[in-house]
Ligand binder design. Structure first.
Ligand SMILES: [Zn+2]
Length: 256
């Protein structure tokens, strides 16, 4: 894919801080909330520079996905009539984006919906990703962003995501992938949060995915395009939007 002119440059821009813009006209622009700052906040352990939006809280991976939705998935806005979207563990900014598109049939869900304290036009439903209560082929699009690393039986979850996707639909299924692991590391004997943090990087993670993540998706029947979407952007644009070099988008379709 070749670099393209980005639509956001012509969009409306919220000016949160005049001084920031005056001090650094080459600052950053959050494509999700349209806020401008001199830079994004540093975030993570170890700290990543230029990572977190001071207004909406988005991280690099969220902004990359949002740019992908806006630039590549025209069907959301061009032909949204009764378009069915399943969204696991809904991030507020994607929830706001999807729920605002007219005519869309949007189903945000989570195993523990009560943890969502914010309100919107669509309720977050209680759904177990290993037993999705919708008929086969129901959804046109599924977003499952950083969920499977929390799920013990991720193969069953992937099978369910595959089942409820229709033949013309697609899913974006993202997980944190260890930078050097070839094969996914998991050990069900490790159950204590403190041990999981050491073994899998976070106390509520149950595995570290390796480079075989694509194969694991293919194993349940998905056809997977691993898109290095950030490479479409110039270094200046990557800084402007606060994007990582290394996070790819796993775009999944039904291969059969
Ligand atoms: Zn933002």
């Amino acid at each position: 894919m070749k670099p393209r002119t980005l639509k956001f440059w012509s969009g409306s821009v919220k000016e949160h801080s005049k001084s920031a813009i005056t001090l650094n006209s080459k600052g950053v622009l959050c494509p999700i909330c349209s806020s401008r700052f001199s830079n994004f906040m540093n975030f993570g352990k170890p700290k990543r520079l230029n990572a977190r939006c001071k207004n909406c809280g988005s991280l690099e991976r969220h902004r990359l996905l949002h740019l992908f939705f806006q630039n590549e998935l025209g069907s959301f806005t061009d032909n949204a009539s009764n378009y069915k979207i399943l969204h696991f563990a809904p991030e507020k900014f994607f929830y706001n984006y999807f729920s605002s598109i007219k005519g869309i049939n949007y189903k945000p869900c989570d195993l523990t919906p009560n943890k969502y304290k914010w309100k919107g036009p669509v309720n977050v439903s209680k759904v177990d990703i290993t037993n999705i209560p919708f008929e086969s082929g129901y959804f046109d699009f599924i977003l499952c962003n950083h969920v499977l690393e929390h799920v013990l039986d991720d193969a069953l979850a992937m099978k369910e995501l595959h089942r409820v996707l229709n033949k013309k639909g697609f899913a974006i299924i993202q997980v944190p992938i260890h930078p050097t692991l070839e094969n996914t590391y998991e050990d069900r004997r490790i159950t204590k949060p403190s041990e999981r943090k050491i073994a899998f990087g976070q106390k509520d993670h149950v595995r570290w995915y390796g480079k075989d993540f694509k194969w694991r998706l293919e194993h349940v029947g998905f056809q997977v395009d691993v898109i290095d979407y950030s490479s479409q952007f110039t270094p200046e644009e990557k800084y402007k939007y606060g994007l990582l070099d290394s996070e790819s988008i796993y775009l999944c379709k039904k291969s059969s």
